[in-house]
Design a protein around this ligand. Structure first.
Ligand code: ATP
Length: 236
């Protein structure tokens, strides 16, 4: 059996002297979608930032494909196949959709490969092709989210981390974004971590769930028990 593609062991991170997450053991298997749930301030973003290298862990380790990458800078992680879509998109609002995608693929100097990737991304999000020349800042929230995901896919990531992709979106768009995340696995052969507060829409796409509360893990396992209202109330 192959080991996880991404793993943390006893990872703690925070701000100043205060730990926001403590002793987290996270495992992401190859081809898996792991849903990380938790209320505001539970530590979800902090954990992802510490994994991706945006925040230096206080203790513990991060492994990618069996190699320790703890504290490695984000640019290196991107180049090696880890992509992070931050909360609030991280697109370039004054540039066109096409330029955003091109910039998303900056690591990849091979233009033929880049072109092929853009075509694959257009195949997944036809709206991006239709509006390739539009200034990204004029997009709706849902379109911006699709563009941000498209940018992250430009590197052909093996691990894709999405921080609250549903935030600020109308319910019908949340469903569309979640569907597209499920499609990514099939089309791009990536393993995915989705950080969410929106349980209803995100649970159906999860293979496994981790629930954080005040910086610690309070549930890890199958999504099915969380469909049970009583179980959710107990956890949250
Ligand atoms: P949200 O859903 O609101 O993004 P979250 O689960 O992602 O919440 P974090 O953003 O990781 O939670 O926050 C965890 C804790 O760390 C909270 O107590 C928060 O106030 C604190 N925190 C987050 N960012 C900072 C920062 N830049 N400086 C100091 N404390 C921070």
């Amino acid at each position: 059996m192959t080991g996880p593609i991404l793993e943390t062991r006893g990872l703690s991170a925070g701000y100043g002297k205060k730990k926001a997450v403590q002793g987290i053991d996270l495992r992401l298997a190859h081809g898996e979608t792991l849903l990380v749930l938790g209320h505001n301030g539970a530590g979800k973003t902090t954990l992802m930032r510490a994994i991706f290298g945006l925040l230096k862990p206080m203790s513990g380790e991060v492994f990618y494909d069996g190699h320790a990458i703890t504290g490695r800078i984000p640019a290196r992680n991107v180049a090696e196949g880890i992509a992070f879509v931050p909360q609030g998109h991280g697109i370039f609002p004054s540039l066109t959709v096409r330029d955003n995608l091109e910039l998303g693929g900056f690591v990849d100097a091979d233009t033929a490969k880049k072109k092929k990737r853009i075509e694959e991304i257009y195949g997944m999000f036809p709206i991006l092709r239709d509006r390739a020349g539009q200034i990204a800042g004029t997009f709706s929230g849902g379109q911006k989210q699709m563009l941000a995901i498209g940018m992250a896919l430009m590197h052909g990531p093996r691990v894709l981390i999405l921080d609250e992709p549903s935030i600020g979106l109308a319910p019908n768009l949340v469903g569309r974004v979640m569907e597209s995340i499920a499609e990514i696995k099939a089309r791009f052969d990536a393993s995915v971590i989705v950080v969410e507060q929106n349980i209803k829409y995100s649970l159906p796409i999860a293979d496994r769930v981790m629930v954080l509360k005040t910086g610690g893990v309070i549930y890890e396992g199958d999504p099915a028990p969380l469909n049970d209202h009583a179980r959710l109330v107990e956890l949250f």
